[in-house]
Every structure is written in structure tokens, then in C-alpha cells.
Design a protein around this ligand. Sequence first.
Ligand SMILES: Nc1ncnc2c1ncn2[C@@H]1O[C@H](COP(=O)(O)OP(=O)(O)OP(=O)(O)O)[C@@H](O)[C@H]1O
Ligand SMILES: [Mg+2]
Length: 359
Amino acid sequence: MVNDEKNEVFSIQTINLTKRYAKKRHKGILGFLRQDQNKNRQQEQNNVTVALNNLNLEIRPGELFGLLGPNGSGKTTTIKCLSTILIPDEGTAKVNGFDIQKETAMVRASLGMVVGGERTLYWKLTARDNLMYFASLYKMPKKQAKNRIEELLNMFQLSDRADERLEDYSTGMRQKIAIARALLHDPPILLLDEPTLGLDPGFARQLRKQIKALSEVDGKTVLLTTHYMEEADKLCDRVAFINNGSVVAVDTPNRLKAMVKEKEVLEVAVYSPPADIEGYVRSVLPDAEVVKLIPGNEDEGNQSRLKIIGGTAEDSVGTVVDALRKRNIRIGCLNVCVPTLEDVFIKLTGTKLSEGTSR
Ligand SMILES: Nc1ncnc2c1ncn2[C@@H]1O[C@H](COP(=O)(O)OP(=O)(O)OP(=O)(O)O)[C@@H](O)[C@H]1O
Ligand SMILES: [Mg+2]
């Protein structure tokens, strides 16, 4: 645990955590034909992606904390730095009071993590054998390992399927085994990178319940990353918005949502929106703070959604309808919405959380 000046205790604390990656440019299979290979070598060497940019987080013991951000915002990099897989370039972090660079063994003993989920298991082995194998890597005594594995299989309701190979499991079942593996040594802290990615909505709901129980019943500190705003909203005690490697806002989901006023959000579903639709609608609504198009997939029945935040939504309806009609843009439906975390994120950053619809 970490004590700050106000004597507050944190399970996880990042202090100006910064991570840069060198941009790896590949020449492609016909690269040898290019003339300018050496021209900008120096420039290329200087080309870096700043994945984390002075990231500051303070997560309390027992909190279920969500890191919510769009693709490429630095979520996985944060988890990898905290779990000592990656070394930061600047700043540092403490996990359970241990420094991620100086006390790596203690940090690793304090946490369980799931990055890459089901892909990191052995699909040719049964669920039980996978867990036995990883328990042996932790040097757990056999009897203790057997008991713990039974406990975990029970917890995830997989006892009756434990002796089937993971190749015969569903994605969600494998994801449960990945989380069970992270819990083998019963760590006080759990880091989960996109735990419900790719799961069908019913299974995702079930897994969320189990994650919630890990925090509420077992008292574990859980840091999970997601780009599903509804997941963060329903599940997390507190949420940090992350964008371009920095924290944009941190609070409870309700307090974050209160940053956008009721009746301030107008959502218009549109068909085949032209490329300039954001600027066009913005030009007819001087009171709007943000106009953002969330692209949909019309073939799959998801129309693109135009989010208009700021001003009074009801007053904007007529103007927006007139403006869209003038350009022959077909409207699917039009709603004055209760603010969501996505609206707050858009309002704060001008960036959408994810493509298409969220779950
Ligand atoms: N090994 C790497 N080499 C170079 N750049 C990387 C590497 N890993 C990540 N990056 C870059 O760092 C930035 C942050 O990536 P990161 O994977 O942390 O984002 P993320 O928030 O987890 O995204 P996603 O939602 O897509 O999983 C991105 O711009 C990404 O391209
Ligand atoms: Mg990621």
C-alpha cells in the first residue's frame, strides 16, 4: 500500500507514468525497390509513439476501478507496466506498496493479471491441467494447488467441464479459465485487460457479475480496462477516462455523467452521412459544444449516430431536421438522451470511445 501526503492508502498508484514505443516501420516486401531508404533514417529513429504520457492514477484497496478509453489510448500499456512486463521510460508506479521497477518480485506476487486472455492458455490441455501447470510455475504445493483449483472451478461454474480440453471450450469459458489462472495465488490485486472483449452479451453479463463479486465479496482491488462505456458504468466504483496516454477525468460513473446536463444531448441516427456532416451541423447550431459522428454499419442494421452535445437539445431538433433535409440526408430516428459516459467522454475530448454501437 502507498501513503500519500494526506495519508491516503492506495493499492495502485501511478506517478507520471510515461511509456514511449519506437514506431516500427516496415519496408514491405517490395521495400528494396524504394529509393529513399536512407534519406530520413535519423528522422525515423526519432519517431516514437507516446503510449503513456504522465499518467497519474490512485486506486484504493477493494475498489473496482475502470480504465475507459478508445483504441490506442494506452490501456494495455498501463496494465503491462503495472505488471512489470514493460519498463516505463519515465515516472513510476506502486502496486500494493511495491515499486514496479525496484521490487518486481513483490509486485508480481501481489497481483494476478489477464492480458491477451484465452490466447495465453494451452488449448490442447484440459482446464484443470492448464491450472495445475500454472500452479506448478508458482511452485504451489500439489495438495494446495488441487484445492485452490477446485475452489476456482466452482467459483466460475466450470467444475463439470474441467476435464475437457480448452479447444472444446467457448471463448467466454476460456476467458474464465484465464481469470482463474490469475487468481491461483489469491493475490489482493487483479488487473484485467478488456475481460469481456469478443464475448456475447449474455456471457459478458455473467462474467461482469463474477468480477463484481471478486471485488465486493473477496475484497480484491480490480483494475479493468474497457472501451465499453456501459460496462464501465454498470460495473465500476470509479472510472478514469484515458485518452492519448493521459487521464482526462476520474470519478464515480454517476458524477462523471453529471458533467453533461440532462437534455443537453441530442442523438440523430442518419443514413449514409456525408464526410462533412459534423462541420455542417455544427455550422447551423452555434450553441452546440460538440457534434460528433459515431459511424455505424448500415448492412448490419446499425445506422451512424450523430451526437450533438451542448445547448438545449429540444430547441435544436427543428434546426437539425431542416439542415439535414436541405442536404437530403435521411434521418432514422431522433432522441433527446439521458447522458452516458460516452457523451461525457466526447464532451471532454471530442473523441468517441469506439466505432459503432457499444454493448
Ligand atoms: N509493441 C508496440 N510497439 C509500438 N507501438 C506500440 C506497441 N504497443 C502499443 N503501441 C502503441 O501504443 C499506443 C497505445 O497502445 P495500447 O495497446 O496501450 O492501447 P489500448 O488503449 O490498449 O488500445 P486497444 O483498445 O486497441 O486495446 C498505440 O498507439 C499503439 O499503437
Ligand atoms: Mg488494449
